[in-house]
Design a protein around this ligand. Structure first.
Ligand code: E4P
Length: 223
């Protein structure tokens, strides 16, 4: 499975990549614009903290098919088409752009997905990834459950599109989608850090150290 970081914070990407096997980075226009960086500077900086094997997943900006396709080609060229994925929203124009981009061999992630039906059509077009916005879907109903069902639907038809579950606000949502077997997921750094941090762990480690020190009078292994 693939685990991506949903952020434009390159310092956090570098820090978390050192700790965990991160498969790449996703951004969207909101995330990137809030970083305060110029797009070209951001992508140059990103290359400095990622290995060529870690994927970059970036979104088109134009609202119409031709504009999205032009954006998709530019994004695809950032890495000469290797380990680069273009996010295209599931608007009417977006579906047209997806069809054209897939036909050109560009790797596409269908984004802005609020319903399994939107995801189904993007999968039928032949995109590589589908990004259902789990937390936003949860605001309207059982987002986690709908995405878990989507994973099964895609399996049932043998469709190649992978769910890349997105938009998480807490670790419980992430946990449920991992348990449902999501093949890919993108999570912001704060939630990733919440996944690996638990107050009980330092307590347990302090106890180990105290017991060792009490018995052997040292913190060395002694072998
Ligand atoms: C990722 O692909 C999405 O753009 C992102 O997860 C949306 O998250 P949000 O609902 O927190 O904006």
């Amino acid at each position: 499975m693939e685990f991506f970081l949903d952020t434009a914070d390159t310092a956090e990407i570098a820090a978390l990549s050192e700790i965990l096997p991160i498969d790449g980075v996703t951004t969207n226009p909101t995330i990137l614009s809030k970083s305060g960086k110029k797009p070209a500077d951001f992508f140059a900086e990103l290359e400095g903290v990622l290995t060529p094997e870690q994927k970059i997943i970036a979104q088109v900006i134009a609202p119409d098919k031709e504009g999205m396709l032009a954006d998709a080609r530019k994004i695809n060229q950032i890495r000469g088409g290797k380990n680069i994925v273009v996010k295209i929203p599931v608007t009417t124009e977006g579906y047209k752009a997806m069809k054209a981009a897939v036909a050109e061999g560009i790797s596409v992630l269908a984004t802005g997905i609020y319903s399994p039906d939107q995801a189904f059509w993007a999968a039928k077009i032949g995109v590589d990834y589908l990004a259902p916005y789990v937390n936003r879907m949860d605001n309207y109903g059982d987002g986690v459950g709908q995405v878990a069902e989507l994973i099964q639907t895609l399996k049932q038809y043998g469709m190649k599109a992978k769910v890349c579950a997105a938009s998480f606000k807490n670790t419980a949502q992430v946990h449920k989608l991992l348990a449902a077997g999501t093949p890919a997921i993108t999570v912001n750094p704060a939630v990733v850090r919440a996944m690996i941090g638990h107050l009980g762990t330092p307590f347990a480690v302090d106890q180990f150290n105290a017991d060792w020190q009490a018995a052997y009078g040292t913190c060395e292994l002694g072998l």
